[in-house]
Write a protein that binds this ligand. Structure first.
Ligand SMILES: *Cc1c(COP(=O)(O)O)cnc(C)c1O
Length: 219
């Protein structure tokens, strides 16, 4: 790789190479630059380079920095990738284009009400607790069909599944399982893969990868 390539160019190249190996089109994979904890000054170079998809994990932090950036740049797509409290559902619906962390009936209900009130329906992913970890967000694998039914009944536009595999383990089996669950449930979207494993995720069908550290440096 040429030494003068930016991290954005390097990651884009690596996504394209992984997609090519899997006989997929690179355009099928959206690179979400996860900009949590980053300042507008750190985000600006990516926007200047033409990047438009960004992810945040806290509603309040996002409200502090994104409205000004969005006003200055048409076409920003803002993704909520972190856990969402039901009492923040209306704010999340107002600010985000995509919500990746729908994981329980109470949140489905709150988002349904917020979307009805706002007249705006951000795309949603159901987050699955793919490693069945006690402390982790995401719905249990066994609860997925019922939660999906509730989300569809509440008119949430569910486009796919999202996961964060257990830390320190080989991610591929979890990505493969998420892809299988999506297929069984008739969903095309797969939000999986982070800085350490996005190429694996792309080879296993990810339609969006969420990359922070590899783009911005260590947090
Ligand atoms: C922070 C975060 C990421 C990005 O993680 P990196 O390892 O920095 O790439 C992806 N997904 C979620 C849900 C996150 O909270």
């Amino acid at each position: 790789m040429p030494a003068d390539e930016t991290p954005l160019e390097q990651i884009t190249t690596r996504i394209a190479a992984a997609a090519a190996l899997a006989r997929r089109e690179a355009e099928e994979v959206e690179l979400i630059a996860v900009s949590k904890t980053r300042t507008p000054e750190e985000i600006a170079p990516l926007i200047a380079a033409g990047h438009r998809s960004f992810g945040e994990n806290r509603v309040q932090e996002a409200e502090g920095k994104w409205p000004a950036l969005i006003a200055a740049t048409p076409g920003i797509r803002l993704h909520l990738v972190g856990q969402l409290q039901s009492n923040k559902a209306a704010e999340a619906v107002g600010l985000f284009d995509v919500i990746h962390s729908v994981d329980r009936p109470s949140l489905v209900a709150a988002l349904g009400r917020a979307m009805d009130a706002a007249g705006k329906r951000p795309d949603c992913y159901i987050q699955v607790n793919i490693g069945e970890e006690a402390q982790k967000g995401g719905c249990a694998i066994g609860d997925l069909p019922a939660l999906l039914g509730e989300a569809r009944a509440a008119d949430l536009p569910v486009i796919g599944l999202m996961c964060v595999p257990p830390a320190g383990t080989e991610a591929a089996p979890y990505f493969a399982l998420l892809a299988e669950l999506a297929k069984r449930n008739g969903l095309a979207g797969l939000s999986m893969g982070m800085s350490e494993d996005f190429e694996t995720a792309v080879m296993l069908g990810a339609t969006c990868v969420r990359v922070g550290t590899a783009l911005f440096g260590a947090r």
